[in-house]
Design a binder for this molecule. Structure first.
Ligand code: KIV
Ligand code: ZN
Length: 512
């Protein structure tokens, strides 16, 4: 019988560490629900001790999600571990993931600890955690650049203390597949009690090999857990991407001979949700979830696919959630049809009031746009969840004038703490004028480090989805806005980013 490969998703923890990708508690819960629908085995919901916001998010997810194991990261100290256990109290199945760096470089320069001190702290932390929760994962941070003899001692000791999963991170994305696979194999062969734990891989993508390294860790090393994120989100070049690793193992079952419990039909919706929530756009040629992943542009390919689909397709688009007929609703669609489509897309709105608000916005959009696609609906509910009453700034209306040879001008009405204000400005273009108008009133002083526009569903009839990344006093945030008018989408994205800048969190860095 084929072994089970455990899928451990860390979008909400390692993914969120990506500058600008921070999410609110409610956004995290929405993504956690989608991960549960995907049937992810373990959801790393956050790093409970890093901030009150993270604690609350882990707690909310632990209290709500019932089918997946909920995990919190924690540094290897009693305070962090106790905080993680506290946040996880309501979970059906809880896991504490504790870590400490073991590479010579990290121990000496970052921790300023001797190897013996690190070994003692690792043991003591796992012992402490094991008294609180039965499911304990231990990670030797920068494990791949650690000395093998020392790593063997640490891992053997923490398994003796009760660690049930051993995760070997390639923290800086330095590994290459064959070497990483053999590294895990060597550890498993040399550590006498290695069979008492499940082995896990956690690879970063700095050299573009995170998925390949993870698969080698599984195939050569015998790991039975992969840590990954939706869209490969994560610090720097990101983490191993869930959709790629899952589809590789499923599509090449002949080679890997492993079972994966993921319900792949929810993959595309999960990808859209994470992209729209964080503002990290998915590149069109991204495997599995990119807009072109199943598009056949060349005549030869199209001809082949029409004659026999498997001439050029190794996976079926519908198996990962690309719907064949994407036009779903229009102006005449009723509330029930809208509600049913939300359900089919896996979107759960908690109350009738939320559904009514989303339906009203859908009608507004349908008045301006004849065909409403799944992507439009996902953008709409994602925007609704951003516009909570607690937000400081909200979009109301905008008018702008641009004409060849004249300097564009914009006038905008938006709310500040519920009160309407008006502002206007000139600019190089209508978008520039609109954002300058907002800034002339708000005076945030934030620097714009990224502006990007993406057509949600392809044609010029499409809604534009705008991402604005702002930097202020060392903080980086992404704002996202969608509208058929890209100037309006830009203003919404800018206001969204300003709202995020207001939500100051005092956070401890996971690898700090
Ligand atoms: O990359 C890494 O080393 C980590 C650990 C905290 C597991 O994310
Ligand atoms: Zn990591």
């Amino acid at each position: 019988m084929a072994d089970q490969l455990i899928i451990f998703d860390t979008t909400l923890r390692d993914g969120e560490q990506s500058p600008g990708a921070s999410m609110t508690r409610d956004e995290k819960l929405r993504i956690a629900r989608q991960l549960e629908r995907l049937k992810v085995d373990v959801i790393e919901a956050g790093f409970a001790a890093s901030s009150n916001g993270d604690f609350e998010a882990v707690q909310l997810i632990a209290n709500t999600i019932k089918d997946s194991t909920i995990c919190s990261l924690s540094r290897a100290n009693d305070r962090d571990i106790a905080r993680a256990a506290e946040a996880l109290k309501g979970a059906n199945r809880a896991r504490i993931h504790t870590f400490i760096a073991t590479s010579p470089l990290h121990m000496e320069k970052k921790l300023r600890m001797t190897p013996e001190q690190v070994l003692e702290q690792a043991k003591q932390s796992v012992r402490f955690a094991r008294n609180l929760v039965g499911d304990i994962e231990f990670s030797p941070e920068d494990g791949y650049r650690s000395e093998v003899d020392f790593l063997c001692r640490v891992i053997e000791a923490v398994i003796n203390e009760g660690a049930t999963t051993i995760n070997v991170p390639d923290t800086v994305g330095y590994a290459v597949p064959e070497l990483y696979g053999n590294f895990i194999k060597t550890l498993r062969e040399r550590i006498p009690n290695s069979d008492k734990a499940i082995w896990s891989v956690h690879c970063h993508n700095d050299l573009g090999m995170a998925v390949a390294n993870s698969l080698a860790g599984v195939k050569i090393g015998g790991a039975r857990q992969v840590e990954c994120t939706i869209n490969g989100l994560g610090e720097r070049a990101g983490n191993c991407s869930l959709e790629e690793v899952v589809m590789a193992v499923k599509t090449r079952k002949d080679y890997f001979n492993l079972e994966v419990g993921i319900d792949t039909q929810h993959i595309v919706a999960a990808s859209r949700m994470v992209s729209q929530t964080t503002g990290f756009v998915v590149q069109p040629n991204k495997a599995v979830v990119g807009a072109n992943a199943f598009a056949h542009a060349s005549g030869i390919h199209q001809d082949g696919v029409l004659k026999a689909r498997d001439t050029y397709e190794i996976m079926r688009a519908e198996d990962v959630g690309w719907s064949a007929n994407k036009i779903v609703l229009g102006k005449l669609s009723g509330r029930n049809a809208f509600k049913q489509r939300l359900q089919e897309l896996g979107v759960q709105l908690d109350s009738e009031t939320e559904i009514n608000a989303a339906f009203a916005r859908f009608k507004e959009l349908a008045d301006r746009k004849s065909e409403i696609f799944d992507e439009d609906i996902l953008a709409l509910v994602s925007e609704d969840s951003q516009n909570g009453e607690s937000e400081q700034y909200g979009f109301v209306s905008l008018s702008q004038h641009s004409e060849t040879g004249e300097r564009p001008h914009a006038a905008i009405v938006f709310t500040v703490d519920g009160k309407e204000v008006q502002a206007q400005s000139d600019g190089n273009g209508p978008v520039d004028a609109s954002l300058k108008a907002i800034e002339s009133h708000v005076k945030s002083g934030a620097e714009m480090v990224l502006y990007s526009v993406n057509a949600i569903s392809g044609s010029t009839e499409s809604q534009g989805e705008v991402t604005v990344r702002l930097q202020n006093s060392g903080r980086v945030v992404n704002g996202v806005g969608a509208d058929p008018d890209i100037v309006v989408a830009s203003a919404k994205a800018y206001l969204h980013a300003l709202n995020k800048l207001q939500n100051k969190v005092d956070r401890v860095a996971a690898q700090g």
